[in-house]
Design a binder for this molecule. Structure first.
Ligand SMILES: [Zn+2]
Length: 320
């Protein structure tokens, strides 16, 4: 049985940093609810499709925007996810730190994009503030974290441990993983214990073009993900972590659904529903920490599937 984590990063961007107070209400609608002439394709839609198939997802919710716009919008997000019986966890984008009405840190010197640019103490404070916002917004217990843009380091794990968070899913071997300080030089593709935290790395794979790619709905075809899931099962792997976003089923302008990505999401949900004897969709609540000391190499997907995906992506691009 392979554990499958379908993770959704829930976050809001105002497309730039000027006039954000005016832009926020519309940004919130587009990034969270995703209204289109064909209906809503945001967070509510994702929760409904998961629930139609009886599948749990993990929603990593970014709360630091509340330091600017108040707790109400965050309450709406937490209510939507928990009201749908799904799991809320913590995500942080430090781009919001210098936009806060009341300073989140003592010294804020402009924008620092990544959590890994902050000291251990600062990371600990930001995680504590994030948890506080989440609690005030009505969140149930949080025991897992993901850094914005996967930009964590080993200090992040110490800071999580200090805040009582048992699981992290910030490691991404195709981004900042290799120089994060976790098993330096070895791509981590299976859960490991580090600094008192159990790290569940993003699933990455080599697609025959020489670079690693992470398993994300907008970046992979359904047949690639399906092939990789079977392969991970055959190889006896522990877990498979898939990435999505609250706005990922929309086109770039976020004014209509991206039919290709909606199709991938629906196919993935029916696949996981139908193959319950092989794949266990799960979250972090109630999960036992594990550690795989011998890391296998990243999964590999055949080059022909990469070709098929490239064609699918090119067609998708034409309608963006
Ligand atoms: Zn994010």
């Amino acid at each position: 049985m392979l554990k499958v984590f379908f993770t959704v990063d829930v976050e809001i961007w105002c497309d730039g940093w000027s006039g954000i107070d005016e832009k926020f209400p519309d940004a919130f609608r587009r990034y969270i609810h995703g209204p289109t002439p064909k209906g809503d394709f945001g967070l509510g839609y994702q929760i409904d499709v998961l629930n139609d198939h009886g599948l749990p997802g993990v929603f990593f919710v970014e709360p630091l925007f509340s330091s600017r716009f108040g707790i109400g919008p965050l309450e709406e997000i937490v209510g939507l996810v928990q009201g749908g019986g799904q799991e809320v966890q913590l995500h942080l984008h430090t781009e919001w730190v210098d936009e806060a009405m009341e300073p989140l840190l003592e010294d804020v010197d402009g924008k620092r994009q990544h959590l890994r640019y902050f000291s251990l103490e600062e990371q600990g404070t930001l995680i504590a503030k994030g948890l506080d916002f989440m609690r005030r917004a009505g969140s149930a217990e949080i025991n897992a974290f993901r850094a914005g843009s996967f930009a964590f380091n080993r200090e992040t794990l110490k800071a999580l441990s200090g805040n009582g968070i048992a699981f992290d899913s910030s490691y991404n071997a195709s981004l900042f993983g290799l120089d994060s300080g976790v098993m330096t030089g070895i791509p981590v593709v299976e859960p490991v214990q580090c600094e008192g935290v159990c790290e569940y790395p993003m699933t990455v794979f080599s697609d025959g073009t020489g670079s690693l790619r992470h398993a994300q709905l907008t970046a992979c075809s359904f047949s690639e993900i399906e092939g990789l899931l079977w392969k991970a099962l055959e190889e006896g792997r522990n877990s498979f972590v898939i990435l999505s976003h609250s706005f990922e089923l929309l086109n770039r302008a976020k004014d209509r659904p991206d039919e290709t990505v909606v199709g991938r999401f629906r196919k993935l949900c029916s696949f996981l529903d139908k193959n319950r004897d092989s794949f266990l969709a799960c979250g972090f609540h109630g999960l036992e920490p594990v550690g795989v000391s011998e890391q296998p190499p990243p999964l590999a997907s055949p080059l022909w599937r990469t070709g098929v995906r490239m064609m699918e992506q090119a067609l998708r691009g034409r309608y963006q």
